[in-house]
Design a protein around this ligand. Sequence first.
Ligand code: 3SL
Length: 241
Amino acid sequence: MKIFVYHTPELTPTDSIPDCAIVVDVLRATTTIATALNAGAEAVQVFSDIDELMEVSEKWPADKRLRVGERGGQKVPGCDLGNSPLNCTPEVVEGKRLFMTTTNGTRALQTVQNAPVVITSALVNRRTVVEYLMTTKPETIWIVASGWEGSFSLEDTACAGAIIHSLCSEMGYPIDHLGGNDEVFGAVALYYQWQNQLYKLMNTASHGQRLVRLESYDDLKYCADTDIVTVLPIQSQPGVL
Ligand code: 3SL
């Protein structure tokens, strides 16, 4: 097993694919995906383009769909929901397919959607992702952080570190046994530094600051919670989890 971390979709190689790709967008797309599926959503189908989302979702029964759209942290007009994971209660999402577009997370997913296994992780479902990796032992694993419009984001890399730290501890491996690129060591060091103050990390991160300006305080708190849902969002067909 070898793990590689990529800080943004733009830094992710395009000339090869891993056995397993893990997409991370802690604030907030992959936290929302895990929460929605855990609350009984039928599936989450992702789009980078809002017009395509509208066209495809139009063909789905209206009482079985929810359109989730975010740009710049705010709900896209015409969508049912923005990207707050706290919207995704069983009362709202159970039995429904979420048609979702977000600024960075859905784009990151599309970057690796041709890998044989694509899963999403956030801190909320980190433990379940680690258990899946321990059971299936993929030979090459890429953790693809969504970042923000091509830039590094603190919270996604810390989540990558949280996954690798837990996997190494559980399997009894030193990090250099699994680490495939320098970013792996950086991610684990970042997680070590912040592991007891992840809510503070969310507030320190530049995208966290953006969400603070939008008064999404409860979202930041929830996205910092670790190992609270036991769901494995796994791609069943390109773009559908
Ligand atoms: O960029 C994304 O994909 C979103 O998760 C951003 S936000 O947290 O919904 O603003």
